[in-house]
Design a protein around this ligand. Structure first.
Ligand SMILES: Cc1cc2nc3c(=O)[nH]c(=O)nc-3n(C[C@H](O)[C@H](O)[C@H](O)COP(=O)(O)OP(=O)(O)OC[C@H]3O[C@@H](n4cnc5c(N)ncnc54)[C@H](O)[C@@H]3O)c2cc1C
Ligand code: FES
Length: 259
């Protein structure tokens, strides 16, 4: 769908964990037209401060209720202001989402707040009667997100935490490694070190996939170049710069230059 710039009513606010919140918007056009992996550029207050919008993924869509949800980490000034709003001024949906018609058995890997956009993807896969293997990691159980909701969709979830407070002790990439092979299509979102390790493991095991990247953003529409990342034009040859806001945020795994 074409992006809209509009103010929507916030119909539900929830504190999920100490530093995470969830907002539900009544937004019929977004609920009908948004794709997993797309994001909204959000105005965090009713004033001009902060001036720049903040990118937040579409976390969940309830098509029958015509609502969408956003799961956010209170990372700094902008996201900490979201709690106090009753209406939200958004631009979106922006960017290219996940390509769900790729071949291969879906395998989903999320780290930290990277679980946010993956839940919408898993809702869609569930709607296609697909139950998939999901690997969710975080620094500790306090930061593990969406695990019970993903299980409720019927998917098989394995968790990992750096401190061992939930699931496997160690990086989430350890837990999905045995499942990587030429027959899977990995969908991943998370911190750069996680994606970089996963990309290497995927290459070694000939697994294909798509990564949703997070970069700091300005305009959100391709004009300011503040969100660029390095991508290959041709595999392992010349690299170029792509704008995460309009060329992404989802890129194929082999396209991203990690060096
Ligand atoms: C496509 C996309 C989708 C995103 N989806 C979500 C989401 O669903 N939920 C969510 O909580 N966050 C998401 N983010 C990250 C979110 O945009 C940032 O956390 C937010 O902009 C921080 O704003 P702030 O004013 O609260 O913090 P600031 O005061 O601006 O920064 C606080 C800290 O966060 C870091 N930071 C700022 N922007 C980003 C960024 N884009 N990525 C990573 N770190 C950043 C800063 O370096 C600083 O350390 C997404 C980012 C992108 C690019
Ligand atoms: S945020 Fe301005 S070009 Fe991407």
């Amino acid at each position: 769908m074409k992006p809209v710039k509009k103010t929507f009513d916030i119909i539900e606010k929830k504190q999920i964990k100490p530093c995470y919140g969830l907002l539900k918007l009544y937004a019929p056009e977004l609920a009908a037209g948004a794709k997993p992996g797309q994001f909204l550029h959000v105005k965090c207050s009713g004033t001009m401060d902060p001036l720049l919008r903040r990118p937040i993924s579409i976390h969940a869509v309830q098509r029958s209720g015509k609502t969408i949800s956003m799961l956010y980490r209170k990372a700094g000034r902008g996201t900490s202001m979201l709690d106090s709003l009753d209406k939200l001024d958004v631009m979106g949906p922006l960017g290219h989402g996940f390509n769900m018609s790729c071949s291969g058995t879906p395998l989903v890997v999320g780290g930290g707040i990277g679980a946010a956009p993956l839940y919408f993807l898993l809702q869609e896969l569930s709607g296609m009667q697909m139950q998939v293997d999901v690997f969710i990691g975080a620094s500790s159980s306090e930061h593990l997100l969406a695990v019970e909701d993903i299980k409720a969709l019927g998917h098989c979830v394995r968790t990992a935490t750096d401190d061992g407070s939930a699931g496997y002790r160690g990086p989430v990439t350890d837990t999905c490694l045995p499942y990587l092979n030429k027959d899977v299509q990995v969908f991943a979102c998370g911190p750069v070190p996680m994606l970089k390790k996963l990309a290497g493991d995927m290459e070694e095991n000939k697994a294909a996939g798509q990564f949703s990247l997070e970069e700091k953003m300005g305009c959100g529409v391709g004009a300011c170049l503040s969100c660029v990342c390095k991508t290959y034009q041709e595999k392992e040859k010349e690299y170029t710069y792509s704008r995460v806001c309009v060329d992404g945020p989802v890129f194929s795994a082999g396209e991203v230059v990690w060096k």
